[in-house]
Design a binder for this molecule. Structure first.
Ligand code: PGA
Length: 247
């Protein structure tokens, strides 16, 4: 049976003190079948990965990385630098990175390969815009994003995929659980063709986009939705605890 994976994405929120306050208030008594974590700003990684503060079950990850080891890339953080912290995962290709920072499938692919080579699990985010959704081309958009992001990646064991329709992120307009199931299943079936059924069946696939405590159980009851990537509802420790304690 696949585990459930719930990750909070803090985006550009919380300084160090606010992160510590969050950890103090988090109160999770979830089952062993759940893995959960926070994708935090770079500036909080040292504090959050310090075992003095951390609940040992919680994973910590970054929200982005650069694919080169070092170089004249002002303002960037490399995977090699992330190795200074004991992080478990890194988001790659979040739609806000694609939209505001011109991230494209070529650099997303390079980031994934660099992370895998350094034993940090990439959480690859894919999803269509509202315009693409309304034109009925969601599946072909997702297929292209997957194919391009996974060039020369021949093992999915350490990868998680997050299906996040852009129109559902931060809008309160979450996709129906039927849409989430349909696209997560499509992702699994598509990857099964290239990687085989066994690997595709053990792949964890999340839904993301306006997930709250009110709708999470409906999503995670779907056979191909293994978890959620949660933005705004992960910022409040009590709300996030409630979400996690459903499982
Ligand atoms: P949201 O964000 O839960 O606030 O919609 C999701 C995300 O960006 O991953």
């Amino acid at each position: 049976m696949r585990k459930k994976i719930i990750i909070g994405n803090w985006k550009m929120f919380k300084n160090t003190q606010e992160s510590l306050n969050f950890l103090e208030k988090l109160n999770v008594h979830s089952s062993s079948n759940l893995v959960y974590g926070i994708a935090a700003p770079f500036t909080n990684l040292a504090t959050l990965t310090d075992s003095n503060h951390l609940n040992s079950n919680m994973m910590i990850g970054a929200q982005n990385c650069h694919h080169e080891s070092y170089g004249a890339y002002t303002g960037e953080i490399s995977v090699d630098m992330l190795l200074d912290f004991n992080i478990d995962f890194c988001l790659v290709g979040h739609s806000e990175r694609r939209k505001y920072f011109n991230e494209n499938d070529t650099t997303i692919n390079l980031k994934i390969r660099k992370l895998l080579a350094n034993n940090i699990s990439p959480i690859l985010c894919v999803g269509e815009t509202l315009e693409e959704f309304e034109s009925g081309i969601t599946m072909s958009v997702i297929k292209d994003q997957l194919n391009d992001a996974l060039v020369d990646v021949d093992d999915l064991t350490n990868i998680v995929i997050a299906y996040e329709p852009v129109w559902a992120i931060g809008t309160g307009q979450s996709a129906s659980e039927e849409i989430a199931q349909k696209i997560c299943k499509f992702i699994r079936d598509h990857l099964a063709v290239r990687y085989g059924h066994e690997m595709a069946n053990s792949l964890l696939i999340q839904y993301g986009g306006s997930v709250t405590n009110e709708n999470i159980v409906a999503y995670l009851s779907q056979p191909d939705v293994d978890g959620a990537l949660i933005g705004s509802a992960s910022l409040d420790a009590e709300k996030f605890s409630e979400i996690l304690n459903n499982f």
